[in-house]
Design a protein around this ligand. Structure first.
Ligand SMILES: [Zn+2]
Length: 283
């Protein structure tokens, strides 16, 4: 599932191709891919609008169009956005086809059909139309800080791993980067979120930043395959320390990586580097 680094990679790729382009025609192949308004209305209202800018918020892509309008995309499980040439073959998972004035097209492919697109009419904000945008937590690479995180977690007795997946606490982190960030900060995924000490919160935030920034760099190399229509294959997983490494030796201490179920998700960690019981050293 695309997380912050993958969506950021898609955003940067689209930014090189879409701004300045006007939409000439829209064909919705699967009505369920359009959340708002109706698929028919979506196809009609977008025609004639020009892409001005594209930004990311959490795992959402925000398309800023001219005439004070917009479009939002959430890729969810398997959604992909590709800019393709006029002679490119259409994927069998093509759900929405947005033709551009230069002969290219923006394709929304989505095998599982969980991804969604929204149109944002003039006079409305992105948050007005996509309510979940309004309740997202801070961006981890921008405004996240330990004071905020301590406050946000103080009443959360759930596991820290589950709290990291909660988009209202921090935006954009999913299963891979939650596991990696916890490993890099040497915090057990099962620790109660509100038991983290101030220095652990600082460590966690800096680990989150480090992991996401590295993944964005890796995602950048994936983007070329992506625009070649091979889709996103997050290269970061080859560099992962714990994610997807059950039974393999920890890269730091050689202990075997364990996998557990936590908050309904597979969770990998090193029992040696990330002990549940933390010795409270006197400072
Ligand atoms: Zn280890």
């Amino acid at each position: 599932m695309p997380e912050l680094p993958e969506v950021e990679t898609v955003c940067r790729g689209l930014l090189k191709q879409l701004p300045g382009r006007t939409i000439s025609r829209v064909k919705v192949w699967r009505d369920a891919s359009i959340e708002s308004p109706s698929a028919k209305e979506f196809a009609k209202v977008l025609v004639g609008k020009r892409f001005a800018h594209i930004s990311r918020r959490g795992k959402y892509l925000l398309f800023h169009l001219d005439q004070d309008c917009g479009m939002v995309a959430h890729l969810r499980m398997s959604g992909r956005l590709l800019v393709v040439g006029p002679k490119s073959p259409k994927s069998s998972h093509l759900r929405v086809e947005i033709n551009l004035d230069n002969g290219q097209a923006l394709h929304f492919d989505d095998m599982r059909v969980f991804g969604r697109l929204w149109y944002v009419p003039s006079g409305k904000s992105f948050e007005d139309i996509v309510e979940t945008l309004a309740i997202l937590g801070p961006e981890p690479l921008e405004s996240l800080n330990a004071t905020y995180l301590a406050k946000a977690l103080e009443r959360k007795s759930q596991a820290i791993k589950a709290a990291l997946l909660d988009q209202t606490i921090i935006a954009g982190i999913g299963n891979i980067y939650a596991d990696e960030s916890l490993h890099h900060s040497r915090i057990n995924p099962n620790r109660s979120a509100n038991s983290l000490l101030p220095d652990e919160l600082e460590r966690l935030i800096s680990a989150i930043r480090q992991v996401l920034e590295k993944a964005i760099v890796k995602g950048g190399s994936t983007l070329r395959n992506y625009t070649d229509a091979n889709g996103i294959n997050g290269n970061y997983q080859h560099d992962a320390y714990v994610y997807g490494r059950k039974g393999l030796a920890c890269r730091s201490c050689q202990t075997l990586i364990e996998q557990i179920r936590l908050a309904g998700r597979s969770t990998c960690f090193c029992p040696q580097c990330q002990p549940l019981k933390v010795s409270r050293r006197k400072r």
